[in-house]
Design a protein around this ligand. Structure first.
Ligand code: DAH
Length: 437
C-alpha cells in the first residue's frame, strides 16, 4: 500500500527528515494575531490553522462570505451587527459559561484547537453570548471565524464562519406587548409570502420551557424566534436561481438540543431538491442572562454557518475556494449580489495511500487529517479512511488512508504530490511512532 513511498535518492530523504524535524520541533510558543502564546502538553494549533487566524474573509464585502454576511445584517437592519472579536477565548467562555457538561465531546482535544491549557480558538460564536448580553445589547448579530478539528472533504474545513443573532425582551407586560405586536407584524408579512412551513409545537415535554419562564411568555418568545427566522429564510432563499419561482419555499422546524437553550430547534430549507440544515436556535437559558447580569429579561438566539449557505447560494462546489486568492475566483463576485460561480477549470486529482500499524496509544482520524493539512496546506482535497482492521492474533490495528492531493488553482505534478506524501509518511513515523506497512 505504501507504493507511493519512494526513496530513490538518499540525499532527498535526509532533506525531508530535516524539514520535518523543523516543522515539528515543537517551538515553545504559538504566534497568533501578532502575539506569542506559550504552548504546553495540550497545544494542538498547527501552523496551517494559525495562518488563517486574522484573515477575516467575512469582512470583505465582495467575498461571497462577506456578501452573505451583509445580506443577513441588512435583513436584521435594526440589530447591532458586531465583528472583530478575538477568536482566542478560554474554555470557560466557549463551554462552561454556556452549560456544556464536563464530558461533552466538543471539549476533546481531538475536536477543538487548544493554544494551551488556558486558551483555545472558539468553536462557535455562542462563546460571546455572555459578553455581548452583558453590554446590554437588546438585539444583536455577531459574525466571526470559528475553529473545529474535523474530517477533510468538499464541505468541511477546520476554519469556518458563523453568525450569531439574539433578541432580548423585558420579562413583564411591556415585553409581552412588544412580542405580541412584533408577532402580528411578522405573521402578516409571512401570510402574504409564498412559503410553506412544517412546524413543531413550540414547547413539548421533550423540548421544555424553562422553570424561570412564564409559559405564556416563553411561547411568545419561541413564536417570535420562528417568525423572525422564517422571514430570514425568505430573504435568503426565495426567488434565487435554481428555485422554481412558482413553487413555495419550504422550511422545516425540528426539535433539537443545545446546552445553552431550551426549547431548542433546528431549521432546514428545501432547496434544489434537497433538505439543507441551516441553523440552530432556541430560547436562551436564563443562566446565560444571569451570568451577563441582565435582570428581568428573556431572549432568543440563533447561530448559523455562513459557508454552507454561501456554497448553496453561489453554487461554490468546494469549501477551500473561499480561501482562494486567485483572481479567477475573487473577481467573479460583486458586493451586494448573489451570483452563480462559474468553475474556471478542474485539475486532476492525485491519490496517494498510506497504510500503517497504529501505535499502542492509537491515532485519531483528526490527528491524521491535521498532520496532512499542516504539510499539504490547501493542496489536500480530501482524506478517506479506506481500510481499518485488527489482526486477530497479534491484536495490532492497522489503518489505510487515501489522500487526494489536488490544487484549486493549478495542475499539481505527481512529483510534487509524492514529495508532500513522503513528508506525511515520515512525519507520521516521527510524531506518532506508527509503523508503515
Ligand atoms: N453554537 C451552535 C453551534 O455552533 C449553534 C447555535 C445553536 C447557536 C443554538 C445558538 C443557539 O445561538 O441558540 O452548533
Amino acid at each position: 500500500m505504501s507504493a507511493t513511498l519512494c526513496r530513490t535518492r538518499f540525499s532527498r530523504h535526509i532533506l525531508r527528515v530535516v524539514q520535518t524535524r523543523r516543522c515539528y520541533s515543537t517551538p515553545a510558543t504559538v504566534s497568533l494575531l501578532g502575539q506569542q502564546y506559550p504552548k504546553d502538553k495540550v497545544s494542538n494549533v498547527t501552523s496551517a490553522i494559525a495562518d488563517k487566524v486574522g484573515r477575516n474573509l467575512y469582512m470583505n464585502p465582495s467575498h461571497p462570505l462577506g456578501i452573505l454576511q451583509t445580506l443577513i445584517s441588512s435583513h436584521y437592519h435594526d440589530f447591532n451587527s458586531m465583528t472583530g472579536l478575538s477568536p482566542i477565548v478560554t474554555p470557560a467562555k466557549n463551554f462552561d459559561d454556556l452549560g456544556f457538561p464536563a464530558d461533552h465531546p466538543g471539549r476533546a482535544a481531538t475536536d477543538s484547537y487548544y493554544i494551551n491549557r488556558d486558551l483555545m480558538l472558539r468553536t462557535h460564536t455562542s462563546a460571546h453570548e455572555v459578553e455581548v448580553f452583558a453590554r446590554r445589547e437588546r438585539q444583536w448579530l455577531l459574525s466571526a471565524d470559528v475553529y473545529r478539528r474535523d474530517e477533510i472533504d468538499a464541505s468541511h474545513y477546520p476554519v469556518f464562519h458563523q453568525m450569531e443573532g439574539a433578541r432580548v425582551f423585558p420579562m413583564d407586560a411591556s415585553g409581552r406587548a412588544e412580542l405580541e405586536a412584533d408577532n402580528a407584524r411578522l405573521s402578516h408579512h409571512l401570510a402574504r409570502a409564498n412559503i410553506v412551513i412544517e412546524d413543531v409545537p413550540h414547547i413539548t415535554p421533550a423540548n421544555p420551557a424553562q422553570a424561570a419562564h412564564d409559559p405564556v411568555l416563553a411561547e411568545l418568545v419561541a413564536r417570535n424566534l420562528k417568525l423572525s427566522l422564517n422571514s430570514l429564510m425568505l430573504t435568503l432563499f426565495a426567488g434565487r436561481a435554481g428555485a422554481d419561482a412558482a413553487e413555495p419555499l419550504r422550511v422545516r422546524w425540528i426539535e433539537a438540543y443545545f446546552p445553552f437553550t431550551t426549547p431548542s430547534y433546528e431549521v432546514e430549507v428545501f432547496f434544489r431538491g434537497k433538505w439543507l440544515e441551516i441553523l440552530g436556535c432556541g430560547v436562551v437559558q436564563q443562566l446565560t442572562l444571569d451570568r451577563a447580569q441582565v435582570p428581568n429579561s428573556i431572549s432568543w438566539a440563533f447561530g448559523l454557518g455562513l459557508e454552507r449557505i454561501a456554497m448553496i447560494l453561489f453554487s461554490i462546489p468546494d469549501i477551500r475556494l473561499f480561501w482562494s486568492q486567485d483572481p479567477r475566483f475573487l473577481s467573479q463576485f460583486t458586493a451586494g449580489q448573489i451570483s452563480t460561480f462559474k468553475p474556471y477549470s478542474k485539475y486532476p486529482a492525485c491519490y496517494k495511500d498510506v497504510s500503517f500499524w497504529l501505535p499502542d496509544t492509537g491515532l485519531h482520524d483528526n490527528d491524521f487529517c491535521d498532520l496532512v493539512r499542516d504539510l499539504a496546506g490547501d493542496l489536500v482535497q480530501d482524506v478517506v479512511l479506506i481500510d481499518s482492521f485488527t489482526h486477530p492474533k497479534t491484536n495490532r490495528s492497522s489503518k489505510c488512508y487515501r489522500v487526494n492531493y489536488c490544487s484549486m488553482d493549478r495542475s499539481l505534478s505527481n512529483e510534487e504530490a509524492n514529495t508532500i506524501h513522503e513528508q506525511v509518511i515520515s512525519t507520521l513515523k516521527d510524531k506518532f511512532g506508527v509503523e508503515i506497512r
